[in-house]
Design a protein around this ligand. Sequence first.
Ligand code: SF4
Ligand code: ZN
Length: 302
Amino acid sequence: MSIKCMKCNRDAIIFQKYSGMHICKRHFIEDVERKVKLTIRKQYKIEKGDIIAVALSGGKDSVVLLYLLHKIFGMRRDIEIVALTIDEGIAGYREETLEKARKLTSELGIRHIVRSFKDEYDKTLDELTAQERELGACSYCGVLRKSLMNKIANEIGATKLATGHNLDDEAQTIMMNHLGGDVDRMIRLSPPRAIEGLVLRAKPLRKVPEKEVALYAIVNELPFDMSECPYAHEALRGEVRDMINEFEVRHPGTKYSIMRGFDKTVGLIAKEYPQAELSKCRVCGETCTAKLCQACKLLGRS
Ligand code: SF4
Ligand code: ZN
């Protein structure tokens, strides 16, 4: 006999250990959408005239994010959604995800901007990491992608830049910053403030567990790519992920409590902690905290 949904009598498709609920497809979809709408309302206040740039890699998180934002705001004529995809130049990986990203934006009728590291920085990520270097591929990739995303978002007049970070990503990042004692980064994770030159970041999926994002993509038959980036072996994040997942099994709700505790305290820490002065990078003009931005530093520009 199949297990029934605790809200209606249909067959359950998931057991949420943290809530103690078995739920069916319809109630699962409702639950994910409720969490996302609540996060947007409480933290990101989408308003009339907003242009929401959505970072779309073609993986499950960004695909679900774009689909949901389109579902929630697609009918609003006073809000525009634009998808941004960065082609870092990772052979055998990015081509596949790009194809999924293109499929989704054409199905939803969403404007889609694709830009590459090669055009922007004259080198692909593969070429950058083939040279002698001190840092891992993800450090280059993360810094350069973030910088390029912000640049494009500014160019199109975006008022928000949404990314697909889910609950697992957020809990891992919070723990990594704790383990590293990195208060600066912790504060940067806090709810966004308006800063000239930096488009406001929004993470509407931050209250949805990773597994549920994947299930949401599957039940809605969204096109997404499941392959893993060949550089994806950032050691510390993997260790932290395994540790949190083990805790979650033994103590359901751990991921939510890590986030709740962080959300409650970060505002207080930020008040006490001196804010870094912002300036413009002397090479590329991007907003940053030093004379040279991180991206230009990594590229050896001066
Ligand atoms: Fe970039 Fe690292 Fe993510 Fe690959 S795993 S896309 S190199 S940040
Ligand atoms: Zn720069």
